[in-house]
Design a protein. Structure first.
Length: 326
């Protein structure tokens, strides 16, 4: 079992215990704010187990029916989590409004706040660790779960602070105000998770990922790599797929060209890890390529070097071989 799958299993199991703790705190206090926190934790429970299943599915190798693997299952899981977080936020606001209209007394706030604060600390520590693992392994499911855990922890801390004010001031109506504020925060968080996951399902370009790929290639650029174009990258689960066209000297043998492509793949794998698939198409240089070619002592050069074209996202994504003055 890989690390991301173990982390997601831990998140799922912890979410059940934390939900039970928050529901006990709500039972003690009858606080709407604590109830909203517990309601959000139901999302943690549901999505924790869905994420666990989706990671199990995403970790399966590619097969005849899924040549790119099963990694998109992570995006589906994250989209579901975002949608459930949105629904939880709406329900929280509804409960807060209902409590305004039909108020009820609070009780045993001290015990409820301590119990809720403990669940917040556990959520925060687990979220920090899970987010670090998610970014190292580029797991959308774990990142969504970790982000939600941290936002849940922040809202718990702020809610406890608000309840402390209620406890000291006696302003019971502040309980409903706190619930409404965090209902809005939860809705915004859910929208962000949903938006990012839907972008992954639609194969939306990840600009940060493209910039990182280009930076790595620029850092290790070789003289024979005359031009890079039609670059595309996409993350399916833990596997990074990169497509590109690379212009090489026209007189290179198949063996020489293969060595250049192999070196490019090794450079990318060394930076991103072993789970990288590169599909590189070779283009032969043309006479107009001489002006941007840095190959030393080229015996067939027809024009002198003017300057090398620096690769960036706009240049590398164009579907054409580059030349000067265009």
């Amino acid at each position: 079992m890989n690390l991301t799958l173990r982390i997601q299993r831990l998140i799922a199991l912890c979410s059940v215990l934390l939900f039970a703790g928050k529901m006990w705190a709500w039972y003690l206090t009858h606080s709407v704010a604590i109830f909203t926190d517990a309601l959000e934790s139901t999302v943690n429970v549901i999505t924790g187990f869905i994420g666990w299943y989706s990671l199990s599915l995403a970790s399966r190798p590619s097969d005849e029916n899924h040549p790119y693997g099963h990694g998109k299952a992570e995006y589906v899981s994250a989209a579901l989590e975002g949608a459930l977080v949105l629904i939880a936020g709406i329900m929280i606001i509804y409960e807060a409004v209902d409590a305004f209209l039909f108020p009820h007394p609070l009780s045993r706030l001290d015990s409820g706040m301590i119990l809720t604060a403990i669940t917040g600390v556990i959520n925060f520590l687990l979220g920090v660790y899970a987010l670090r693992v998610a970014r190292q392994h580029r797991s959308m499911t774990v990142e969504a779960a970790a982000t939600h855990l941290k936002s849940d922890a922040y809202s718990t801390f702020a809610m406890v602070a608000g309840l402390l004010i209620v406890r000291l001031s006696g302003w019971a109506w502040l309980d409903q105000v706190i619930a409404m504020v965090f209902g809005v925060i939860i809705i915004v968080t859910g929208y962000k998770v949903l938006r990012k996951s839907l972008g992954g399902i639609m194969d939306e370009a990840d600009e940060a990922l493209l910039d990182e790929v280009i930076a790595v290639l620029n850092e290790h650029r070789r003289p024979a790599w005359i031009d890079l174009h039609n670059l595309r990258s996409i993350q399916y689960g833990s596997v990074l797929h990169i497509d590109a066209h690379l212009t090489l000297p026209w007189y290179y043998s198949v063996q020489q060209a293969g060595e250049e492509i192999h070196h490019m793949e090794e450079v990318v794998r060394a930076h991103f890890g072993g789970k990288v698939e590169c599909f590189v198409h070779i283009d032969a240089c043309k006479p107009f390529s001489c002006a941007i070619c840095t190959m030393p002592d080229c015996a067939v050069r027809q024009h002198s070097l003017v300057h090398r074209i620096e690769w960036n996202r706009a240049v590398a994504m164009e579907n054409r071989q580059h030349r000067l003055n265009e």
